[in-house]
Design a protein around this ligand. Sequence first.
Ligand code: COA
Length: 312
Amino acid sequence: MSKFTKIISSGSYLPEKILTNKELESIVDTTDEWITERTGIKERRVSSDDETSVDMAYQASIDAINKSGLKKDEIGAIFLATCTPERKFPSTAVLLQNRLNIKNAFSVDLNAACTGFVYALDIAKKYIESKQVKYALVVGTEKITSLLDWTDRNTCVLFGDGAGAMIVGSSDTAGILSSTIGSDGSYKDLLTVNTDLEYIEMKGSDVFKTAVNTLGQLAKHTLELNNLEQGQLDWLVPHQANERIILAIAKKISLSHDKIIITVNKHGNTSAASIPLAFDDANTKNTFKSGDYIMMEAFGAGFTWGSILLRF
Ligand code: COA
């Protein structure tokens, strides 16, 4: 068994088109002030009509592969998180594998909604640690705006498109220290895609409360699991759904604001892409230092949830 799974590199892709809160004011009955105050979101990216989750995943993956210094064919597995696949089948992961022209890998999609990337990283970790795979490409990609009802102000202001990717491999010195995932399908109707219209429907305040409670407990549990005091955590890279949710969780573990990576203001909620996008945003600025303790945590439809603690 290898001791740890290490993040070798990260990459990201955001569509060109920026949709601001001001522009949304002319689409639904909302205001920049309401969206900013209640969510922290100022703008989000929207993919073009012909841009798919595979197109975005491809760009983010190339970015991560280039930064890793690996050759594409050294990648033995692709774990791709999405709830907006390009086709029902073959999987988005297989379509990405083909676009990347990677031959000696297996590829699979995971759908855990907004928690998808944490699930994908958890599974990659298991393959790396058991030495069945040497290097894996882990991707979160979403064209989530394709599931929006642009007449529903409760949902259409919250989401955005994009993709993030990581290359992971084994290390004997540092990497993922713990990974915890969970789900409870009895909450299936609080955040769902209407099967007739294919639009997102959400009981926002119920989702909000459950997310804060679940992730607050999970963050504390993750610190305990790793024998870390609250003050020892260097960075929180949370799922970016709502700045108020993020700050409420940080408060529960007494984490100061300057230790939280926040991108929801410019990305909105990009579902499974949000954590790798936020991670890459900070990583590109060399925010993380060797030895830093970093916690990622996410919550999504299902409900699903997960947290990962790593030593950078
Ligand atoms: N602009 C203006 N008003 C809006 C609005 C918008 N875009 N969206 C909703 N409102 C209105 C509601 O209609 C409601 O009006 P009413 O009181 O007249 O009925 C009012 O604002 C308050 O709604 P409420 O749902 O109580 O607001 P909130 O403070 O809970 O914020 C969310 C709403 C959606 C931002 C918040 O509940 C949330 O972020 N929930 C979790 C969402 C999430 O994280 N989803 C993904 C999980 S992965």
